[in-house]
Design a binder for this molecule. Structure first.
Ligand SMILES: *Cc1c(COP(=O)(O)O)cnc(C)c1O
Length: 424
């Protein structure tokens, strides 16, 4: 495909029908593939021949969407997973095992914190969380010879802090380890972390990429630029006994090694694969991602400005607002727009937050963010309800904090809904 702009890639990349084939990406709802000879299947098993063999490893519908994902982020290859959680799990376990550790920014998605602090811990993998405001030296002091990667989110869910991607990429590369970035909230429409030195990008496609709250999904994308043969990643350079002597960097090239191993070893063994139908739905979402993100961003800015001027609101957090502590970073990493998620704190605290939420009509209370419909969530009484008010503040979640996910409806209607709820 020529060097198209991202809007064109959203619509066209990944699937190129040949003469007489369906114009729209077909759903290959088949677990298996037919071959003429046993020898050919043997070659597929040995990874000597290219082709699909079993849909836990690969499938033509998924393959087309993976190519589109790689094109959107500017990477060398991608692997679709059954959820964002699955994507983070496979991405990290691909180069990390018991006795090793990773360094993570502290403001990340709650589900990822649980994965790191509870499930990875049980596997013998230690996650070392940085603290806000740490110097480079303090962060480097967390890195030792068993550290495998640095992890963070472009725009953190739900804290909405902005990651200084270049800074963490430089720190990681100084120690010959890759930087992994969860780019779920920014999407490649607003930020492409590879352009700032990130090495692996992960998404929960459940959010803006699907865009309609229809399918849970995830994806891992490799930039293809990290040098996996630098001596620190023997799992990618030495023989994989489970594949009769395959050596990923040697046999598939440095730019394909990481994704190939994730697919044929981890996906083979863990099986966290989406269905062809889910991949088809995801592709429909991707076809309008660029149009929707523009509207999410425009609407969120209007809503943020309205909230900032309202007497019952103590503070508004939206990285694209000049009043945001992360405004300079937001301007650097996504100058053309920000996600649709905003958070605000009510002057009246927890009670006022609950009252406003209950009065909202267009904005529905759901446990989700980042889709076409405006929705709202009160962490203190929903996702973080086990915590006392003191614990909430320690976790950076004010009891009066409301997370507001601005959809792609008419902005005036969204603001009118907020106005009537706040005035009531
Ligand atoms: C939702 C989310 C996840 C988890 O994704 P699921 O698809 O729900 O498994 C991971 N990271 C971020 C930033 C998210 O918002």
């Amino acid at each position: 495909m020529p060097d198209y702009k991202i809007e064109t890639l959203c619509v066209q990349a990944g699937y190129e029908p040949k003469n007489g084939e369906p114009r729209v990406l077909p759903i290959y709802q088949s677990t298996t593939y037919k071959y003429d000879t046993a020898e050919h299947v043997g070659d597929l098993f040995d990874l000597k021949a290219e082709g699909h063999m079993y849909s836990r490893i690969s499938n033509p519908t998924l393959e087309a969407v993976e190519k589109k994902m790689a094109a959107l982020e500017g990477g060398s290859g991608a692997l679709l997973c059954s959820s964002g959680q699955a994507a983070n799990t496979i991405a990290i376990l691909n180069i990390c095992k018991a006795g090793q550790n990773i360094v993570s920014l502290p403001a990340i998605y709650g589900g990822t914190i649980n994965l790191f602090a509870v499930s990875f811990k049980k596997l013998g993998i230690e996650v070392r969380f940085t603290k806000p405001g740490m110097t480079d030296e303090e962060i480097e002091s967390l890195i030792d010879e068993n550290t495998r990667l640095i992890f963070g989110e472009t725009i953190a869910n739900p804290a909405l802090t902005v990651m200084d991607i270049e800074r963490y990429a430089n720190l990681a590369h100084k120690h010959d380890i890759p930087l992994f970035v969860d780019n779920t909230f920014a999407t490649p429409i607003f930020c492409r972390p590879f352009e700032f030195g990130a090495d692996v990008v992960i998404h929960s496609t459940t959010k803006y990429m699907d865009g309609h709250a229809s399918c849970v999904g995830g994806v891992i994308i490799d930039s293809g630029k990290f040098n996996w043969a630098n001596g620190k990643f023997p799992e990618l350079t030495e023989v994989d006994e489970s594949y009769h002597g395959v050596r990923y960097v040697n046999d598939f090239g440095n730019e394909n090694a990481y994704i190939t191993k994730a697919r044929v070893q981890l996906m083979r063994d863990y099986g966290m694969i989406p269905s062809p139908f889910s991949a088809f739905i995801l592709n429909l979402g991707l076809e309008s991602l660029h149009v929707r993100m523009e509207r999410h961003s425009e609407n969120a800015m209007k809503v943020a400005k309205f909230l900032e001027g309202h007497e019952k609101i103590a503070s508004v957090n939206y990285p694209a607002l000049e009043s945001s502590a992360d405004y300079a970073l937001a301007q650097k990493y996504f100058p053309n727009g920000c996600c649709g998620v905003i958070s605000f704190i009510m002057k009246g605290g927890r009670d006022a937050a609950v009252k406003v939420m209950n009065k909202l009509d267009l904005a529905k209370i759901v446990v989700h963010v980042a889709d076409a419909r405006t929705c709202v969530l009160h962490p203190a009484s929903m996702t973080h309800r086990q915590l006392t008010d003191e614990q909430l503040v320690a976790a950076g979640v004010d009891p009066g904090l409301v997370r507001f996910s601005v959809g792609i409806e008419n902005a005036d209607d969204i603001i009118a809904d907020l106005k009537q709820a706040l005035d009531a």
